[in-house]
Ligand binder design. Structure first.
Ligand code: ADP
Ligand code: ZN
Ligand code: ZN
Length: 698
């Protein structure tokens, strides 16, 4: 409860004044000093006046002397005590993230809170305690749950070795659980989690996308049900309503929820009894936030586990090359699950060389035959194609006109299914238009869709197999809340024979009756400029291949390609992730790419490309102008500014500048000095810029 503001009366003895330093989510400067009539613990949330506004902030320090003249300092408005102060380890992690990712601390801390805890409107008009959080009694700690033994499969030797080792860990260790698809990694996570719960600790379980893994949520609930009540498990992801997210946050902060299952943002949840972190599919790019604070939840998980002196398990069938190289060097402890847990072989991979084949709507005769055979046997089959829509571009054969987005340097994609039939859509900016009746340039009426997306594949499958029940799962068909879950439920219930999908279908699902996976157009990713493209392609194909034949023998994967001799495909044939990783790492080492170098990417956005490039050139020139400010610059490489591949999005032009060093501390020191200077030139050039550390795509 806040005391009324202090008014000194003449003659009275001077009363104590407390200075508090508050982190606010405002650009530029981010910590501000305020005066308080009473001591305020560090980590407290407060409401303070800021210009004409009032803002929620977090107290990060209580300095003995303020940083500016006391008479310029305003009084704190309100100390919010509806939640306990943010704990010290949370403040440490936020500070680390701010420093590592070169962001102001306020822009890290406040966005990490659930919206209801950082919106001043929730507290408007209430000067005393109270607000959005209803006080609940702290519930008694739940005793360690013991699992009913009958529903748990007996672990095999490989699983046991991994699970026992993790359970026996006392302090921090990073475990890389490398297990082929279907090897039963989930079972290992569950055992490790059980052990942590039994010790009275909380478990943080991170997954790339929660809506796609309802099975995991079910298993977690089933294993813990009846033992600790429904509150034991909290779920956290960006799709939750504000109130739900707040409840999840509070229940873990109070220690009521013992397991937090969540997406990347859950890494910022305060967990007083944290005893284990699990990062499933650790290679997944969804762990990287792509705007605002561009953090990697996987990397922060490793940092947090070390800071809290607890184990962290990174699991994958295709670990990131970063994690794999850590394991190779002995920084991480690796456990391998080399075989599938159920008594089935990995699916057989077949490369269909499409160079000299008569293809029909993107399908080779081999794939069509194989699909027919699976249907005949009553099995399901999946066609994987990482491109949604009907066709990626519309084209006029007589004059060469193509459907371009007026606001982006990108084609508009033809969509034929869904709410808006027959329209062109830009996947970069969301622009939509009707399909023109005739070519806008020459008037020819014969406009042709070029290439194919999931909708066109679905259409063709329906022609090929009129009796089959076909479902399409992509971002378009699952736009409505709950529709993805409903579609997947249909697949699991056997109500679907043929499934067409994008990467959404590749992840995590344990399909019981899926015998065949066909991959169309994988080559599109093969020659992307990004040096991580082969790694991503390999991971994606391994994942989707791993959906085939999980419960019964005889699973098959058909990959259509013009380049069957490529290393990615050859490694896939043999399910040889270690071979692929070794090859990939040696290539990267030879040319000095991550993980053998560390990178940061400065991106600039402006109305004119020239402005963005000019800004970057000036940012680069700072190095030469002020050598004293950048003592580390000798070990840093700063490349030339270049336009982004999709240079214009929504009428904003974009360019980037890559910074690289083999020495991470040197790079960090450089970035810190540099980022101070960048703000000034950005204002001069009127550009928006973003400095990203460890960029995933360059
Ligand atoms: P991963 O996550 O490694 O791809 P899952 O954890 O989904 O694999 O397990 C694959 C399948 O094997 C699941 O159906 C699971 O129930 C089953 N399974 C896991 N461990 C065992 C075991 N020890 N014995 C029998 N089946 C198991
Ligand atoms: Zn034309
Ligand atoms: Zn566009």
């Amino acid at each position: 409860v806040v005391e009324p503001p202090f008014h000194p009366c003449p003659g009275a003895a001077p009363q104590a004044v407390f200075w508090i330093r508050v982190a606010l989510d405002v650009p530029l400067l981010d910590v501000f000093d305020y005066r308080s009539p009473a001591a305020v613990p560090v980590g407290s949330r407060v409401i303070v006046p800021f210009g004409r506004r009032r803002l929620v902030g977090i107290v990060v320090a209580t300095p003995a002397e303020p940083a500016i003249a006391p008479e310029q300092i305003k009084d704190v408005d309100q100390v919010l005590d509806d939640t306990p102060p943010m704990p010290a380890d949370w403040l440490r992690m936020a500070s680390f993230a701010a420093q590592y990712y070169q962001r102001p601390i306020g822009e890290v801390m406040l966005p990490a809170l659930p919206p209801s805890l950082r919106k001043v409107s929730a507290y408007q008009g209430k000067r005393s305690a109270g607000g959005p959080v209803k006080r609940l009694d702290r519930r008694a700690r739940v005793p360690a749950p013991i699992m009913p033994a009958d529903c748990v499969p007996a672990l095999n030797a490989e699983q046991t070795a991994a699970a026992d080792a993790i359970a026996a860990l006392q302090g921090h260790k990073t475990i890389l659980l490398y297990g082929v698809t279907g090897s039963g990694k989930t079972e290992v996570y569950l055992h490790a989690a059980q052990a942590a719960l039994a010790r009275g600790r909380q478990v943080l379980f991170l997954v790339p996308e929660i809506n796609l893994t309802p099975q995991l949520e079910q298993s977690l609930r089933a294993r813990l049900a009846g033992l600790a009540g429904p509150q034991t498990l909290a779920i956290m992801h960006s799709g939750l309503a504000d109130g739900e997210r707040l409840q999840a946050w509070l229940s873990v902060q109070r220690g009521e929820a013992r397991i937090l299952l969540g997406t990347r943002l859950a890494i910022f949840a305060p967990m007083p009894d944290l005893g284990l972190i699990i990062v499933d599919e650790e290679h997944d790019t969804s762990y990287k936030q792509q705007d605002g604070l561009r953090y990697s939840a996987r990397d922060l998980a490793v940092w947090r586990a070390r800071d809290r002196n607890v184990p962290v398990v990174l699991g994958s069938a295709t670990p990131s090359l970063e994690s794999w190289s850590h394991a190779q060097r002995g920084h991480y402890q690796r456990y391998t699950l080399a075989r599938r847990a159920r008594d089935v072989e990995l699916p057989k991979v077949r490369l269909v060389d499409t160079r000299r084949l008569a293809m029909q709507e993107g399908f080779s005769p081999q794939l069509v035959t194989a699909l027919g055979e699976r249907l005949e046997r009553g099995e399901q089959a999946l066609i994987f194609l990482n491109r949604r829509g009907y066709a990626p571009v519309l084209n006029c054969a007589s004059c060469g006109w193509v459907s371009n987005c007026p606001r982006c340097t990108a084609y508009t994609v033809l969509h034929r299914a869904g709410a808006r039939r027959n329209h062109l859509q830009c996947h970069h900016c969301g622009y939509q238009a009707r399909v023109p009746r005739a070519c806008p340039d020459c008037g020819d009426q014969d406009l042709k869709p070029m290439g194919r997306g999931t909708q066109r594949v679905e259409e063709h499958l329906a022609e090929l197999f009129p009796a089959a029940r076909i479902a399409r799962i992509d971002a378009d068909s699952t736009r409505l809340k709950g529709s993805a879950a409903a579609l997947f439920a249909q697949v699991h219930a056997g109500e679907v024979d043929l499934l067409v999908g994008t990467q959404m279908v590749a992840k995590g699902h344990d399909f019981a009756n899926l015998g065949l996976v066909g991959v169309l157009n994988a080559d599109a990713m093969l020659f992307a400029q990004d040096f991580r493209a082969p790694e991503r392609l390999f991971a994606q194909l391994m994942q989707v291949a791993g959906r085939a034949g999980r419960h019964a023998e005889g699973g098959e994967v058909i990959i259509q390609t013009d380049y069957p001799e490529q290393a990615v495909y050859q490694a896939l044939l043999k399910h040889d992730y270690p071979g692929f990783a070794q090859y990939g790492l040696s290539e990267r080492e030879a040319v000095g790419l991550p993980p053998y170098a560390h990178q940061a990417l400065l991106t600039a956005e402006a109305r004119e490309l020239a402005t963005a490039l000019d800004f970057l050139a000036h940012a680069r020139a700072l190095l030469g102008e002020y050598p004293d400010s950048f003592p580390t610059a000798c070990s840093i490489t700063v490349y030339d500014p270049v336009p982004l591949r999709v240079v214009r999005v929504a009428n904003i032009e974009r360019a980037q500048l890559l910074v690289e060093s083999s020495n991470r501390p040197a790079l960090q020191a450089f970035l810190t000095a540099w980022s101070y200077a960048l703000g000034d030139i950005a204002r001069r050039f009127r550009v928006r810029y973003n400095l990203e550390v460890d960029p995933l795509e360059i």
